[in-house]
Design a binder for this molecule. Sequence first.
Ligand code: FAD
Length: 287
Amino acid sequence: MKIIDILKLKDRSLSFEFFPPKNKEKEMLLFKTIEKLSKYSPDFASITYSPTGLSKEKSIMWSKALKYKFNIEPMMHITCISSTKDEVSKILQQLKNDSIENVLALRGDILDNETFLRNSAFSHAIDLIKYIKSLDDFCIGCAGYPEGHIECKNLEKDVDYLSKKIDAGAQFIITQLFFNNTHFYNFMNLITKKGIKVPVISGIMPITSFNQILKFTNICGATIPEKLIEKLQNKSDDYVFNVGTEYTYNQCIDLIEKGFKRLHFYTLNNSKAVEIILQKLLSTKHI
Ligand code: FAD
């Protein structure tokens, strides 16, 4: 089923992101994680994609596993950086053959400018969205950035580009992680002013390790509130996990109570924190 048709049916949704593991042991762990999280009846789950294209077979394999083994609607991420049109069309054909109807169309991070300029047929995600639309009837999602994309100095300009991705055919938005809901509310105001009406799904990363959130925020440019840094730095792993998951739980409550009931968890292939948060949200009847 197309994710947009699922989203149209209700004003709340639950979804998870997984990445293709590198070895057999980690694959077994991911099977267990999906098994545990499937009990929460997610509306869909997504599988990440490496811009090098090296793990594309694995991304396809895990998308198929979601659909046929776990009965979860899959969405595969596709990054267009360093890809040729031919490569993209072959991947889409494979997805079509396996009846996978949903893709998250992304540019990918520019790791090596020279290689990118030489190889890529696509400069931005919008080029990929247009190309996918020209080939077939996929349901296409795109990325949005509550604090602005790291390369874009101006949030309003970033939202301008986002609205162009929607005009080109993206049907819903999944946001980058954020730890301060104020950024998300500001972003929602901006996109509403821009006339963007598609569903927006909040990207939620449970805080389980201080070093890990530092690493992710360094890569994507999201910020961590000062008070949270003070609370978590130089503390034991258990303390960070407990305080961090409580923080994420409260973040979800605030979103839901303000009417933003679409949650997409960046699971990092681990169910523990997500389950704690979901159990609490269930017990307080927020989901
Ligand atoms: P774009 O929309 O192309 O935007 C990139 C930059 O270009 C922005 O600064 C934007 O303001 C600017 N821009 C956009 N359009 C134009 C235009 N027409 N002209 C000029 N400038 C423009 N990465 C992976 O490698 N694999 C994944 O699986 C993956 N999954 C992700 C999932 C989510 C939900 C999110 C939020 C991100 C994910 N990423 C992933 C990271 C993503 O690839 C990077 O953030 C990347 O740098 C930008 O991708 P984009 O699709 O937002 O690019």
